[in-house]
Design a binder for this molecule. Structure first.
Ligand SMILES: Nc1ncnc2c1ncn2[C@@H]1O[C@H](COP(=O)(O)OP(=O)(O)OP(=O)(O)O)[C@@H](O)[C@H]1O
Length: 299
């Protein structure tokens, strides 16, 4: 299965939020979408779902484009689900009733309900009414509802919101299981390091377009990284092309081999660098590089 978005443009009151965006995603993929607040991540999901009527561009699954008609939208929603909004939960229903409802509507089969509850460790609270749930409990319920709908394409907006580290790990591992079952999953998230753990690619949105794609399957340049003051950085002397000094004080020096790694590691340490490490640039590093306009590259 392939989800194809072509030339998608969305404007609100003359302001362009998405500017002729195009991409294809094949099954068995998790794609992260990152950008600062208010950039257009949710708008992209709303447009794919046709919650916003498409005026320009198309959304197709396996080459079939879906129009704005009620009939087409119903067909589309059988294949794609959007992470439920916590505000849409029924306060006087139990978690189990929500999971059953989603299973009935999308799959006409409730046989997986118990397995989903076990998988997400919800057994101790799922029979209580939703109005007694904490933020994290509600979030896990919303995720369980998506698992119950079990559509081939899943749009996860801020899926990790309000989850503690243990539950972030749990939901991350379930996302990986869903990918291995062949799902297409898009995750808009501000948990940047977490995306590095499971996303196949991370797309960076700015001014209505994806301006950078970090492909986790491509071979990456390795860097020696360390946090140092601007003053210390300026006194480091000649550094290789491609060295970055990010606005959070992280100095990233590209290395070709172990010898260079040792050389620059010692150099950073001798300049009182904190938290030195070696590795490729992660999503968080790219985020600072891309969205912080005071970032400089050293010649
Ligand atoms: N229905 C709407 N009418 C007018 N403007 C809207 C509408 N929905 C969103 N916007 C605007 O579009 C821009 C993008 O909003 P969107 O919710 O897509 O951002 P986001 O990247 O998901 O942000 P966040 O990280 O805060 O969730 C914002 O400036 C927002 O105010």
């Amino acid at each position: 299965m392939t989800l194809s978005v072509k030339d998608l443009t969305v404007k609100f009151g003359g302001r362009t939020i998405l500017d002729a965006i195009s991409f294809d995603i094949d099954d068995g993929s998790i794609i992260g979408i990152v950008a600062p607040n208010g950039t257009g991540k949710t708008t992209l999901f709303n447009a794919i779902m046709h919650y916003i009527p498409l005026k320009s561009g198309s959304v197709a699954i396996d080459g079939k484009a879906y129009q704005n008609s009620r009939k087409d939208i119903l067909k589309l929603h059988k294949k794609i689900t959007f992470f439920p909004d916590q505000a849409d939960l029924y306060e006087n229903f139990s978690g189990r009733e929500h999971i059953q409802l989603y299973s009935e509507i999308w799959q006409k089969d409730t046989s997986r309900v118990e397995a989903i509850i076990d998988m997400l460790h919800m057994g101790h609270y799922v029979d209580r009414k939703v109005h007694t749930y904490s933020l994290g409990m509600r979030q896990r319920l919303c995720f369980a509802m998506m698992c119950a709908a079990n559509t081939p394409i899943m749009l996860m907006d801020e899926v990790m919101n309000g989850l503690d580290p243990e539950n972030v790990n749990l939901v991350s591992s379930v996302l990986e299981t869903l990918r291995s079952e062949g799902k297409i999953i898009m995750v808009a998230s501000h948990l940047l390091d977490n995306l590095d753990e499971y996303a196949d690619k991370v797309l960076f949105l700015e001014n209505g377009r994806f301006i950078f794609i970090s492909d986790h399957h491509e071979e990456k340049v390795s860097y020696v990284k360390g946090k140092i003051s601007r003053q210390s950085y300026d006194s480091l002397g000649n550094l290789p092309d491609g060295t970055l000094y990010l606005d959070n004080g992280l100095c990233c020096i590209p290395i070709q081999n172990e010898e260079e790694a040792k050389q620059y590691f010692s150099l950073l340490r001798s300049h009182q660098a904190e938290t030195t490490s070696i590795g490729p640039l992660g999503t968080a590093d790219h985020y600072i590089r891309i969205y912080d306009f005071t970032t400089e590259n050293k010649e």
